[in-house]
Design a protein around this ligand. Sequence first.
Ligand SMILES: CC(C)(COP(=O)(O)OP(=O)(O)OC[C@H]1O[C@@H](n2cnc3c(N)ncnc32)[C@H](O)[C@@H]1OP(=O)(O)O)[C@@H](O)C(=O)NCCC(=O)NCCS
Length: 171
Amino acid sequence: MHSIDDNYPSDMKGKCPKDSEIEMTELVLPNDTNLLGNLLGGRLMHWMDLAAAMAATRHSKQTVATVALDSLEFRHPARMGELVRLHAKLTWVGKTSLEVKVKVYAENMKTGSVIMTNKAYLTFVALGDNGKPVAVPPLIPETEEEKKDFAEAETRRCERLKRKNRDIECE
Ligand SMILES: CC(C)(COP(=O)(O)OP(=O)(O)OC[C@H]1O[C@@H](n2cnc3c(N)ncnc32)[C@H](O)[C@@H]1OP(=O)(O)O)[C@@H](O)C(=O)NCCC(=O)NCCS
């Protein structure tokens, strides 16, 4: 366990999820696809990690490290030539950790169809210049959906920490 850095950020006022949300758009190019012309899962995970990390950084104003990615299902493929639209928004904040929900949509620019392909929750830890966890501003959920996400995040966090501790016991 790391001790919390004494060097807390000065701006510790609570912030709303909308203050840090991120919209990111990528075009699926041939180099991003498998032999069927569908977006590679690994490439999509990379984009999701980036979008979520940008939201977490915007909120915390710190460098963040990914510590967990909840189960990820690929519901629909995104095809070569389509746009992949990622929407990342904070759902919960602890003392030094932050949970971000990322929703992914595939848009066919020719037909105008938009389909949700994925959703995942990623957890980050804010790190100070010395690489140790550092406190982050609280999150103030505003809408009904944000309040629901915030409440449900406690359960998800509990499950993650149980998994983490179980992994440590297995070593
Ligand atoms: C980030 C890191 C320095 C944190 O160290 P640590 O010893 O786990 O730190 P702590 O136990 O003090 O936990 C810090 C916070 O992270 C949370 N956390 C740690 N592991 C977690 C996990 N697997 N799931 C959810 N939360 C986790 C803790 O609950 C705590 O949250 P809180 O301060 O909001 O209560 C360390 O886990 C690490 O280096 N991990 C690798 C990160 C990495 O390389 N990522 C990929 C590239 S970015």
